[in-house]
Design a protein around this ligand. Structure first.
Ligand SMILES: C[S@@+](CC[C@H](N)C(=O)[O-])C[C@H]1O[C@@H](n2cnc3c(N)ncnc32)[C@H](O)[C@@H]1O
Length: 287
């Protein structure tokens, strides 16, 4: 029976197993590590993700990966930017897929580094499916998704007793045919926290639709821009005024929308001072 790409790609547990695997799989293909880099603060990357990065020969990375995380890539490793090409176009997904296969077959240790978590609006599943179809071993290293990290850094608990008993993650990105066809009735739930990825472009439509389907215009809402990074900014307003407030603030770059009563806790829980010196850095240096 042919072993699955995952079984082929598992890391050897003993030296004997490693020798056996090397004899039986030539050229040796190290599993492609699809790694979640988290939302930007390098300290939020997982230990496993960092280990894979340190051992990489080549790193294929996205636009959302922060400069501070890119600084962690070993100097000897090649970097390939998969975010945009020369004429400002995204590298098509098929090209990224083929690139990963080519690099893996060349025998290099490949890390595919993605913002947040690879399996949350990150197309990590598509890349993994392609690798599986090509019989390339792979592994998934989860990352902290921006909805968890940005809200934490903005002092917004995603759930809170008495305010929200559930949370929903949605994308505000238009479907191919240009419509934003969401279950507005279901989403307009005052007991639920709604987190919208990629919602900036359609912010006005999203707020209008939620209000039209019954959510109070006074529902607390926020847009978190460049979350967990030194330039993090949070704009807060009632749902009916969020689009205007965001326009006024002129937010550029990665932005997450959070809608629900939990946003009202932010003024009390807002602990993160963007740009502050890390306490460990202060006390650790010079000892
Ligand atoms: C293509 S999705 C990728 C999501 C990613 N896989 C994750 O788990 O966070 C891109 C969207 O994620 C959100 N996002 C990612 N990083 C962010 C950050 N540091 N601050 C605010 N929003 C962020 C924004 O809504 C952005 O438009």
């Amino acid at each position: 029976m042919t072993p699955s790409p995952r079984a082929q790609g598992s890391y050897p547990k003993t030296p004997d197993e490693a020798n056996h695997m090397n004899r039986n799989s030539r050229p040796a293909i190290t599993p492609v590590a699809i790694v979640g880099a988290g939302p930007g603060d390098p300290d939020l990357m997982t230990v496993k993700g960092l280990r894979r990065l340190m051992g990489a020969d080549v790193v294929v990375y996205d636009k959302l990966v922060s400069d501070q995380i890119l600084d962690l890539i070993p100097t000897g490793a090649s970097r390939i930017f998969a975010g945009k090409q020369a004429r400002n176009h995204h590298m098509p997904q098929e090209d990224i897929n083929s690139l990963l296969v080519r690099l893996a077959r060349s025998g290099r240790r490949v890390v595919r580094l993605k913002g947040g978590d690879p399996f949350v609006f990150g197309r990590g599943g598509e890349e993994a499916l392609h690798l599986a179809a090509e019989n390339i071993p792979f592994e998934i290293v989860p990352g902290i998704t921006s909805s968890a990290a940005c809200t934490a850094y903005a002092g917004i608990p995603l759930t809170h007793r008495g305010l929200a008993h559930s949370v929903r993650f949605i994308t505000g990105h238009l479907a191919k045919e240009g419509s934003l066809d969401l279950d507005w009735d279901g989403l307009a739930d005052p007991e639920t926290t709604l987190v919208v990825y990629m919602g900036l472009t359609n912010l006005e439509t999203i707020c209008d639709q939620l209000i039209r389907h019954g959510l109070s215009p006074d529902t607390p809402a926020a847009a978190i821009n460049q979350g967990t990074r030194p330039d993090q900014r949070t704009v807060q307003a009632p749902l009916s005024g969020l689009a205007a407030a965001v326009e006024e603030a002129d937010l550029v770059g990665a932005t997450l929308l959070v809608i629900g009563k939990v946003v009202s806790l932010a003024p009390e829980l807002d602990w993160f001072l963007p740009g502050q010196v890390d306490i460990d850095d202060e006390t650790g240096s010079g000892d």
